[in-house]
Design a protein around this ligand. Structure first.
Ligand code: NAD
Ligand code: ZN
Length: 697
């Protein structure tokens, strides 16, 4: 390659990489896989090294000398006390050994202590704890300054507002201020749940849990954030006052132990080892274990253990020409990320079929030549939607690469265009429903095409299947096949008909099926009084999963009350965003849906409301004032709990106040409460009261 050609390629790569950076960090909707992205970036870094003169005349900053910037509109920006960096990474064991060789050169010994940690594929954040209390959460941003996401991070389950102080003084006190770095992630099952809702409502599904976590963390609707169960795992140290050594933290291993002692969520396992061979075997162990972890991992992070040694080698902060940039830290020289190549395989697309979902969404699926991938045989892979097929230009007959991350459904990541047979025609997405022939529609701003026919046999079937499924009415013996058979025989037309089935009607379906038919009818009859939330879930209201159905059951306690509820009533439920509430109301406003409810009731469906609900609890209807600092709950959390239990939070103490919930350093409110004879309770008492009304599902 000539310098002139190199320059052209460098400019092209820079713009391509910037494009992918913006999609990945700001919009959380990347177009290419990480593996392919890393290849582009490596190509650019190599060219920049090889042709420094071409770099000099290309102008502008290179993505190789920057940290991917995640900052977006709508968030306050906060400077990190200590910069957040990225990691140098490799897919190659040889390069990992080169890293070790550099350390050996710096310290003159092979016997170097390292930690090996899982590399969590989440969204990087920095938490600040001041005097043991969580005060701030900030995204990595450009490394120097990130977005303030404190409000959203406070919704995370499993993240303590306070650090557990050491049991004995010898263990060191809590730091005055500490920045703790970690990753926010979503579990696979939560990822799947949300993606299903996305698809049902016609929004683009997320490609993987990391992107969904990133997209969620940057939501401005706190209720939406809360409804998605984000979690966090912590592993890194930023600024610390006093010096970490004063707290007994002089290595990554000691820091890991401290995180555990403080009660923070941490990695399941890390290794403290001596020398590079031990590093390599720890990475092998990690690779064998990592699929069992609750978060996705994409590699191992190897760190020089001793902080004193880390300080000696410092950070990479130079651009491609080796010039130092103004104190901009890019990545530590004392760490190296070894990435695991994704599980990928090459196969061929035999056909593209279209699935029609419960809400009519048309989902294209690639039917594949069976191929072994991550230990399982893969025959089908999702193609998501029409836009995705067009973007990747997937055609029947194409050779493709399929990738499987964790337990996630395999996806076609790339078409091998060079292997395309000349007869391959571009795929044409159907313009009518493959099942009922109705022309498909696409709502404005949606990516999903739908069959709009409410009577579409496939939709009807899927609605009934959902209604009788384990997750909903849980009717024994009424699986997908039986529902299909009953529909084909004309014995049912909708979910309500199930309750009118007679033994005589079922007898012809099976040879000597008396016992079977009798049991099925008995089973169906027993579900007439199923839990209310199961019935609500079974209705298949868009956006309403089991958790929301439980909330609705707790709040309304009967189908009639739910049918008659107003948008306002629904919005007020804790955890319900406007979107969910609107979706609920829209569903009940459809005459056919109301008719179905009437039919169900007519057929004897009489669901059981939750046993002990919040409205029967000790907090329900009570006015509570908060004061002082509580030992574990933040004010926000306490207020939320009160409202969720049907109580009211008030700011000032009066004769109408039922309880004053008082923590440490309670001031004038405490005196006033005492003078008015208002009951004063502490956090423990408060939690006991809450528990009184919380036994119902
Ligand atoms: N597909 C795309 O279009 C696209 C675009 C941009 C970036 N990316 C992906 O993102 C990567 C770059 O992102 P990055 O700068 O965050 O780098 P990175 O994800 O490769 O590694 C650095 C990050 O790893 C995280 N990390 C996880 N576990 C850790 C541990 N135990 N110790 C220390 N750090 C740990 C930290 O947040 C750190 O910032 C690329 O390599 C690529 O895989 C993909
Ligand atoms: Zn149809």
């Amino acid at each position: 390659m000539s310098p002139a050609e190199a320059q052209v390629r460098i400019i092209a790569l820079r713009s391509e990489i910037s494009h992918h950076d913006s999609l990945y960090y700001r919009r959380a909707q990347p177009e290419i896989s990480d593996f392919d992205y890393d290849r582009l970036k490596r190509e650019l870094a190599d060219l920049e090294k090889q042709f420094p003169e071409a770099v000099a005349s290309s102008g502008g900053a290179s993505p190789t000398a920057q940290i991917g910037d995640d900052r977006t509109e709508g968030f306050a920006r906060v400077k990190h006390r200590q910069a957040m960096t990225t990691l140098d990474n490799t897919y190659d064991e040889g390069e990992l050994r080169d890293f070790h060789a550099r350390m050996v050169k710096a310290f003159g010994t092979e016997e170097l202590a390292y930690t090996v940690e899982p590399k969590i594929d989440g969204v990087a954040v920095s938490l600040t704890y001041e005097k043991g209390k969580l005060t701030r959460a900030v995204t990595r941003g450009d490394g120097e300054e990130g977005d303030d996401v404190t409000v959203n991070v406070r919704t995370l389950r499993g993240l303590p507002e306070k650090l557990t102080p050491p049991a004995d003084l010898l263990a060191g006190a809590l730091p005055d201020l500490i920045e703790i770095r970690g990753e926010i992630y979503l579990r696979d099952e939560e990822f799947r749940r949300i993606n299903q809702l996305q698809e049902e409502t016609g929004e683009a599904p997320y490609a993987n849990p990391r992107n969904l976590a990133a997209g969620t963390l940057k939501q401005l609707d706190r209720n939406l954030v809360k409804s998605r169960r984000l979690e966090i795992v912590l592993y890194g140290l930023g600024a610390c006052e006093p010096e970490p050594t004063a707290l007994g933290i002089d290595s990554q291993t000691a820091f890991q132990e401290k995180l555990r002692a403080w009660g923070l969520p941490v990695v399941e396992k890390f290794w403290s080892v001596l020398g590079i061979d031990a590093v390599v075997s720890a990475i092998r162990e990690l690779d064998a274990l990592r699929r069992k972890f609750v978060y996705a991992t994409d590699g191992a992070v190897v760190k020089l253990d001793a902080f004193a040694k880390q300080r000696v080698v410092g950070f990479r902060g130079t651009d491609a020409q080796g010039r130092a940039q103004e104190a901009r830290k890019l990545s530590p020289r004392w760490a190296c990320a070894y990435k695991f190549a994704p599980d990928r395989a090459e196969t061929r697309v035999k056909a593209i079929t279209i699935q029609v979902g419960r809400t009519g969404a048309l989902t294209p699926v690639a039917e594949l030549e069976p191929v072994l991938l991550a230990g399982t045989t893969v025959k089908r892979a999702t193609l998501h939607n029409a836009d995705e097929i067009a973007r990747k230009d997937v055609r029947v007959g194409d050779s493709v690469l399929v990738e499987k991350a964790g337990e996630i459904i395999p996806a076609v990541v790339q078409v091998l265009v060079e292997k395309r047979p000349p007869t391959c025609e571009p795929y044409v997405f159907p313009t009518s429903c493959p099942v009922c022939g109705t022309p498909v529609v696409r709502a404005e701003g949606e990516v999903v095409w739908r069959c709009p026919n409410q009577e579409c046999p496939e939709k009807v079937k899927r609605r009934i299947e959902h209604f009788t499924s384990k997750a909903c009415l849980d009717i024994d013996g009424l699986g997908e096949e039986m529902v299909d058979l009953l529909l084909k025989q004309g014995l049912i037309k909708n979910a309500a008909d199930i309750f009118d089935l007679k033994v005589e009607q079922l007898l012809p379906l099976k040879k000597s099926g008396e016992i079977w038919a009798g049991n099925l009818i008995k089973g169906i009859a027993a579900r007439r009084t199923a839990d209310l939330w199961r019935v609500i879930h079974g209705l298949g209201i868009p956006q309403v999963g089991a958790a929301s159905a439980k909330d609705l059951a707790r709040r309304f306690r009967s189908l009639d009350a739910l049918v008659e509820s107003s948008l306002d009533d629904v919005i007020k439920i804790d955890g319900f965003g406007e979107k969910t509430a609107e979706s609920v109301r829209a569903w009940f406003n459809v005459p056919a849906n109301r008719a179905l409810i009437a039919e169900l009731q007519h057929a004897g469906l009489n669901p059981t409301p939750p046993v002990a609900t919040a409205s029967a609890g000790a907090i329900a209807g009570k006015t509570i004032v908060l004061t002082g600092t509580l030992p574990t709950l933040s004010r926000e959390q306490a207020a939320e709990k009160i409202e969720a239990a049907g109580g009211k939070v008030s700011t000032s103490v009066s004769k109408k106040t039922h309880y004053l919930l008082a923590g440490e350093e309670a001031g004038s409110k405490l005196e006033k409460a005492k003078s008015l004879g208002v009951a004063v309770i502490d956090e423990a008492e408060f939690l006991r009261l809450l528990a009184v009304g919380d036994s119902g599902e």
